[in-house]
Ligand binder design. Structure first.
Ligand SMILES: *[C@@H]1O[C@H](CO)[C@@H](O)[C@H](O)[C@H]1NC(C)=O
Length: 396
């Protein structure tokens, strides 16, 4: 991967020479070094970064905040718009978070209210998660304090995030909240398989989001699609290790918005707990999760390749007083193959009160890795149709 990124950098450099150079007189460059940023590995550079950002943001026309090669210590920082023109955050250098849990802030780096933002450059965000994970007690404590997300995008529109790397986030690597028309590509996210809550990308209340050609290896969900997300397209993403691509969890809170329109295609899951998952809590909060297509997906030693869990409860206590009120409908699984590391390769536990509607399965071809005998599928309250090849044999 290092070699690949190396090529990518050279390719990018050539491309920017060819493409951007003739227009370079348009884009004004704001080099963080000219604002006092230093790479001594100790000094917090947030003031310098903010000054560069604010000047770039306030100038008319195209501007670039440029982070030259080097490792920059950076405290919690928020890059806010609206800006007067398109803005690029060209991260050639690497950014390093403070060590420790940094409680009391929900993010390390945030971009907010920016239109036409490009974040790129081949640099790495190092969240220094190992110094914070021991403080995560969310599996035991329902009122746990959460650790900061490495990079948040809130109210960001018409934007691109590409060629960046994030390692060892304290919490999730990337979140997109209230974003519209954002393309994420050629990024690499990594944290150890046993690191807590290190989701790759979380998407909530966002529309027209494309994620492609990326590698996500982490301790929690590869990508999580949360309430209010519509028209999400995920392709050519490699997930593993981690918990797979999830819709949800949904139904935990009152007033959650629907999730509608998700395509996951041409993805690979390797050694993950789940492949494609939909998870909802048992609660009275109503919403719908609909119009999903999961297609052309390779499962390599995945524990639960296809799973719908409407009794989701990762740790007690859970609200068990009622069946889930999230209606799942119009979900197609097409051409999914590879290996399952558990015997139940397809598990669909839908809600008794709101059974799954119009679930379509076509050409599911999974093989068993274990010694437990032939693969099985296990369903409750599922309505739908099956076509083509089916291994395991269908249960609805
Ligand atoms: C995102 O990608 C789609 C498909 O390639 C493209 O049509 C769209 O213009 C892109 N959006 C941005 C903001 O780059």
């Amino acid at each position: 991967m290092a070699l690949k990124l190396g090529f990518a950098r050279v390719f990018c450099a050539l491309l920017s020479l060819l493409v951007s150079f003739p227009r370079a007189h348009n884009a004004k460059i704001f080099n963080v070094r000219n604002y006092g940023a230093i790479t001594d590995g100790r000094t917090d550079n947030r003031k310098a970064f903010l000054k560069a950002w604010n000047e770039a943001c306030n100038q008319k026309g195209i501007s670039t905040v440029y982070i030259p090669k080097g490792v920059y210590m950076l405290g919690t920082v928020e890059f806010s718009g609206p800006c007067k023109g398109p803005i690029t955050f060209l991260m050639t250098g690497d950014l390093m978070a403070p060590t420790g849990p940094s409680f009391g802030t929900e993010k390390w780096i945030a971009f907010r209210y920016v239109n036409k933002l490009i974040v790129k450059g081949g640099g790495t965000l190092d969240g220094q998660g190992a110094s914070a994970w021991p403080f995560n007690d969310c599996d035991k404590n329902t009122n746990c304090k959460s650790l900061p997300i490495s990079i948040r995008f809130d109210f960001v529109t018409n934007s691109r995030i590409k060629y960046i790397r994030s390692v060892n986030s304290k919490n999730a690597h990337i979140t997109l909240f209230a974003c519209k028309k954002v393309n994420v590509s050629k990024i690499e996210l990594s944290a150890p398989a046993d690191s807590p809550n290190t989701d790759g990308i979380k998407i909530g209340s966002s529309t027209d989001i494309r994620i492609s050609s990326s590698k996500i290896s982490t301790g929690d969900d590869c990508i999580a699609i949360l309430s209010g997300s519509t028209n999400i397209d995920i392709s050519y993403v490699y997930c593993g290790p981690g918990h797979g691509i999830s819709v949800g969890s949904l139904g935990k809170f009152r007033g959650e918005d629907n999730v509608k329109g998700l395509v996951v295609r041409r993805c690979t899951f390797s050694g993950t707990d789940n492949g494609v998952r939909i998870k909802t809590w048992e609660s009275p909060w109503r919403s719908t999760a609909s119009n999903f297509i999961f297609e052309d997906i390779f499962m390599d030693k995945v524990r639960n390749p296809i799973i719908v869990d409407q009794t989701y409860c990762p740790h007690t206590p859970c609200n068990q007083r009622t069946a889930s009120h999230v209606q799942i409908e119009d979900v197609t699984y097409r051409n999914i193959w590879g290996t399952s590391s558990s015997q139940i390769a397809v598990s669909m536990q839908c809600s008794k009160n709101f059974p799954c509607k119009n679930i379509v399965m076509k050409d599911i071809n999974l093989a068993n890795l274990g010694r437990e005998g032939p693969l099985k599928s296990w369903c409750s309250y599922v309505n739908g149709r099956v076509y083509g090849r089916q291994n395991p044999p269908p249960c609805f």
